[in-house]
Design a protein around this ligand. Structure first.
Ligand code: GRF
Length: 185
């Protein structure tokens, strides 16, 4: 199998990146991660770039020039998929349009419910029975692109924000890899 080149965007811990890296060690997994982009240079996830010897960069993507430079680099490295994994910035319309249909994200809720931040708190306040995670394509509207894969879990009566986050993240790890397999199958 000829693997596609992929890039992961992050801002924080990078636990999803860690799991994607594990999956990519499998010869049958459709992507290799060749580039890691962080929105801040203190993101813990950047350590994984060092450990796995993957080229990484901290970029703000605040203006057109930064977007153009990154788009050029993606082209140079033949990147055909961008996986947002805890990337806390909103990508510009310009950037999304120039990488159309090839940017995906993982979100900790059952979209279209609970777009945006603080999903665990809002889910608990609404006394939902279920929550979960969604892998979706990225479009110009926040957490609104076409759903690729979604998995749900039952909320326990003693769940709090912390326990729910742990449980949802656990299913995120499997779901992200399965969604990437689904895209290329
Ligand atoms: C994930 O839980 C994901 O749902 C959200 O941001 C979190 C990132 O966690 N988009 P990590 O950096 O992958 O540990």
């Amino acid at each position: 199998m000829v693997k596609k080149n992929a890039c992961v965007f992050l801002s924080g811990a990078g636990t999803n990146l860690k799991e994607l890296l594990k999956s990519s060690k499998n010869a049958n997994f459709p992507i290799n991660i060749n580039l890691i982009i962080s929105s801040n240079d203190r993101a813990k996830g950047l350590n994984l770039a060092k450990i796995h010897k993957i080229h990484s960069k901290t970029i703000n993507l605040k203006n057109r020039l930064q977007c153009e430079n990154l788009l050029w680099e993606l082209k140079k490295r033949k990147i055909s998929l961008i996986c947002l994994a805890g990337y806390m910035r909103v990508l510009s319309k310009y950037f999304i349009n120039n990488f159309k249909g090839k940017i995906i994200n993982i979100h900790p809720s059952l979209l279209p419910k609970y777009r945006g931040l603080n999903t665990f708190k809002r889910v608990l306040e609404a006394k939902e029975r279920f929550t979960g995670c969604t892998v979706h394509y990225v479009n110009e509207r926040l957490d609104s692109g076409k759903v690729i894969l979604q998995k749900r879990i039952l909320i326990n009566s003693d769940d709090d924000e912390k326990s729910l986050k742990v449980r949802v993240q656990k299913i995120e790890y499997k779901t992200y890899s399965e969604a990437i397999i689904k895209i290329y199958s």
